[in-house]
Design a protein around this ligand. Structure first.
Ligand code: C2E
Ligand code: MG
Ligand code: MG
Ligand code: MG
Length: 268
C-alpha cells in the first residue's frame, strides 16, 4: 500500500509540474508575441494632490493586448517577464514609451522597476539617455522588498541614479516588507507609497492608523512625500486626508487609463 501511494504521489507531482510547465509555455508565448509584434501598452493611472485635488502625474502600468484583442494584466505575466530574456527589449520599449509621454503630457510619470533591472550595472547609464531632456521627472518605483533585500547595494545604486537630473525615486508597496525603522530612516527616496493593504486596514483598525501616522510624520521630517495607493472609497479618502498624506491614487479618483483618455483629460 505504501508503494502504491508513493507511486500516486509521484504522478500527482508530475501532473502539477506538467500544469506549471504548460502555463509557463502559454505565458512565454504571450511574451514572445508581445515583443515581436509590439503588443505591450501602458495604462496610466493619475495621482492627485490630497489638499487641492489637482492632478499631479501618472503611474505607467503595463498590459498586453493579444492578437484576439484580449487585454492581459501584469499579474498574469510579470514574474515570467522579469526572469526572461524579454526583459531587455521590454525595458527599452518601456523607457522610450514613458519618455515620449512625459514629453507630450509634461507631467511626471512613474514606472515600476524590477529587481533585475535595478541591479543591472548598465541601467543608470541607460536611463540617463532617456531622461536627459524631459520637461518633467521620470519616477522610478522600486518595491520596499527589493530595497530591503540589499540595503547597502540599493543605496549605492540610488546614489548613482541621483546623478541623473529629473529622475526621482519612489518606494512602492511600503509597509508590506519586514521594514526596520532604522533602515527606513536612511532610504534616499523622494516618495513613499503606502501600500493598499494599509489603506484598507486604516478604516477599521486604529493600530494601522497610528503606524501610518508615524510613517507620514517620519517622511515629512525626512523631506519625503507620501502617496496612499488603492484608495477606493470616500471613507478611505477622508482618513488619508486626516493623516496628512500628500498624494492619493486609486479607483475612487481614477482607474488606470488608456493613453487616448489621458490625452483627452489633459486636452492634448
Ligand atoms: P503596483 O506598482 O503596486 O501598482 C498598483 C496596482 O494596483 C495596479 O495593478 C493598479 O491597477 C492597482 N490599483 C490602483 N488603484 C487601485 C484601487 O483603488 N484598488 C485596487 N484594488 N487596485 C488598484 P496592476 O496594473 O495590475 O499592476 C500590478 C503590479 O504589477 C504593480 O503593482 C507592479 O508591481 C507590477 N507592474 C505593473 N506594471 C509594471 C511594469 O511596467 N514593470 C514592472 N516591473 N512591474 C509592473
Ligand atoms: Mg507601482
Ligand atoms: Mg504599489
Ligand atoms: Mg501595491
Amino acid at each position: 500500500a505504501a508503494k502504491r501511494s508513493k507511486g500516486s504521489d509521484i504522478r500527482i507531482f508530475n501532473k502539477s509540474l506538467e500544469k506549471e510547465i504548460g502555463s509557463f509555455l502559454v505565458v512565454d508565448n504571450l511574451l514572445f508575441n508581445a515583443v515581436r509584434k509590439e503588443l505591450f501598452l501602458f495604462h496610466y493611472q493619475p495621482y492627485f494632490n490630497v489638499k487641492s485635488k489637482e492632478l499631479v502625474g501618472f503611474e505607467a502600468l503595463v498590459r498586453i493586448r493579444d492578437e484576439n484583442g484580449i487585454l492581459h494584466y501584469p499579474g498574469e505575466f510579470i514574474d515570467v517577464l522579469e526572469q526572461s530574456n524579454y526583459l531587455n527589449p521590454f525595458r527599452e520599449w518601456a523607457l522610450k514609451e514613458v519618455s515620449e509621454k512625459i514629453k507630450r503630457w509634461k507631467r511626471p510619470i512613474s514606472v515600476n522597476i524590477s529587481a533585475r533591472t535595478f541591479k543591472n550595472p548598465n541601467f543608470p547609464k541607460q536611463i540617463l539617455e532617456y531622461v536627459k531632456e524631459l520637461p518633467a521627472p521620470m519616477v522610478l518605483e522600486i518595491t520596499e522588498r527589493l530595497y530591503m533585500s540589499e540595503v547597502e547595494k540599493s543605496k549605492e545604486i540610488i546614489k548613482e541614479l541621483r546623478k541623473c537630473k529629473n529622475l526621482k525615486i519612489s518606494i512602492d508597496d511600503f509597509g508590506t516588507g519586514y521594514s526596520s525603522l532604522s533602515y527606513l530612516m536612511d532610504i534616499d527616496a523622494d516618495t513613499i507609497k503606502i501600500d493598499i493593504s494599509f489603506v484598507r486596514k486604516m478604516v477599521k483598525d486604529e493600530r494601522s492608523r497610528i503606524i501610518v501616522k508615524a510613517i507620514v510624520t517620519l517622511a515629512k521630517e525626512l523631506n519625503m512625500k507620501t502617496v496612499a495607493e488603492g484608495v477606493e472609497t470616500e471613507e478611505q479618502f477622508e482618513i488619508v486626508k486626516s493623516m496628512g498624506i500628500d498624494y492619493v491614487q486609486g479607483f475612487f479618483f481614477s482607474k488606470p487609463l488608456p493613453e487616448e483618455e489621458v490625452g483627452k483629460l489633459l486636452g492634448n
